[in-house]
Write a protein that binds this ligand. Structure first.
Ligand code: GZL
Length: 334
């Protein structure tokens, strides 16, 4: 199925259009999200249970802020928020608690892809719609109304294509810092990158998870340096900025020069990552837009109003070289 991407501008437009399209059109012109009239209820507050992964990275903080801003009281919501500290079992329990509380809708950013079939079926049996944001699940798409997020495979592909351009036929020893084991971004970013470097002289000499955290990236990179030496590593591919930033600390502590002794590619484009890119410590970043709140909140209102919603809504990502980052860093929204 052809993927339809929303750019940041289109995202705002789509949310605004949907607001207009499904608002009750109250006479006094106050038919914005805050009126609640477009929720299909009688203007009652919509109680939403939001099961967030945790607070593992700068990206997650930006995503949580975007969601909490969009699902605000003034926008007609009562948000029940849970952050599961990157613990899949705790996140499943949080969703089960939302069901028992009888929320109007559940929004889920699933830590890992597997293990969701039973609790999503329980939500369906309880008549509580589920909307996924950010990551995806392996469960049947009959068990959720819509997914709003990013194309992780293409993010990995873009990162790998840049690596192939830089290193192509040059024998290159690469280490990888993987995201959370079993998560959609870790799985898909690996697949995309590996497809892009197929046939090149880039060799993956080691690949371990840093769990998307800065500390995780630092400790795994310390192990890589102990095993291979700075001189034994040409390229680092980190599935997110935070692990890349932790690796930079490890490289510098070992007397290496990140971005020169070891070329570094990361994904997210959060503020600290973009600054490291401008500073020459990272060489290339593929964006992963965390600002999904407005779009997700509108999807929830559409679902509750009985409006048709797309099963998959992709948000477009950009890419940045060091020069491009210097041009845009001051205007970035996160
Ligand atoms: C991607 C998101 C990932 C980010 C990490 O959409 O799920 O999780 O790349 C975050 O920074 O922890």
């Amino acid at each position: 199925m052809r993927k339809r991407y929303l750019s940041t501008i289109a995202m705002v437009g789509a949310a605004a259009f949907a607001l207009t399209a499904c608002s009750s059109g109250s006479d006094d012109g106050s038919d914005d999200a805050s009126s609640g009239d477009d929720s299909g209820s009688s203007g009652d507050v919509i109680t939403v249970g939001f099961a967030q992964t945790g607070s593992e990275s700068g990206w997650r903080s930006a995503n949580t802020e975007s969601m909490q801003t969009a699902f605000s009281e003034e926008n007609g919501f009562d948000l029940v928020f849970n952050a599961a500290d990157n613990d899949p079992a705790a996140q499943i329990s949080a969703v089960r608690n939302f069901i028992n509380q009888g929320v109007d809708a559940i929004v889920l950013a699933p830590i890992v892809e597997d293990g969701w079939d039973d609790v999503l079926a329980e939500a369906a049996d309880a008549g509580i719609p589920v909307v996924l944001e950010d990551r995806t699940v392996s469960a049947s798409d009959d068990l959720y109304e819509s997914w709003v997020g990013l194309d992780f495979y293409t993010e990995g592909l873009k990162a790998g294509e840049w690596a192939a351009e830089q290193f192509g036929d040059t024998p290159t020893k690469m280490v990888v810092l993987e995201g959370t084991t079993g998560s959609a971004p870790a799985n898909d970013r690996a697949d995309g990158f590996n497809d892009a470097i197929a046939g090149t002289a880039i060799e993956t000499i080691d690949s371990q998870t840093g769990d998307f955290t800065r500390d995780g990236g630092k400790s795994v990179m310390e192990g890589y340096i102990a095993n291979y030496g700075i001189d034994g590593i040409d390229l680092l591919y980190a599935h997110n900025d935070d692990m890349g930033l932790g690796a930079i600390e490890a490289i510098e502590a070992a007397g290496g020069v990140p971005g020169e002794d070891i070329t570094i590619i990361t994904i997210d484009a959060v503020r600290d990552g973009m600054q490291a890119l401008v500073d020459g410590k990272i060489n290339y970043i593929v964006e992963c837009n965390p600002l999904l709140g407005d779009l997700v909140s509108q999807v929830v209102k559409d679902v509750l109003a009985g409006n048709a919603v797309e099963k998959e809504i992709y948000v477009e990502d950009l890419t940045f070289t060091q020069e491009e980052a210097a041009e845009v860093i001051d205007s970035r929204l996160y």
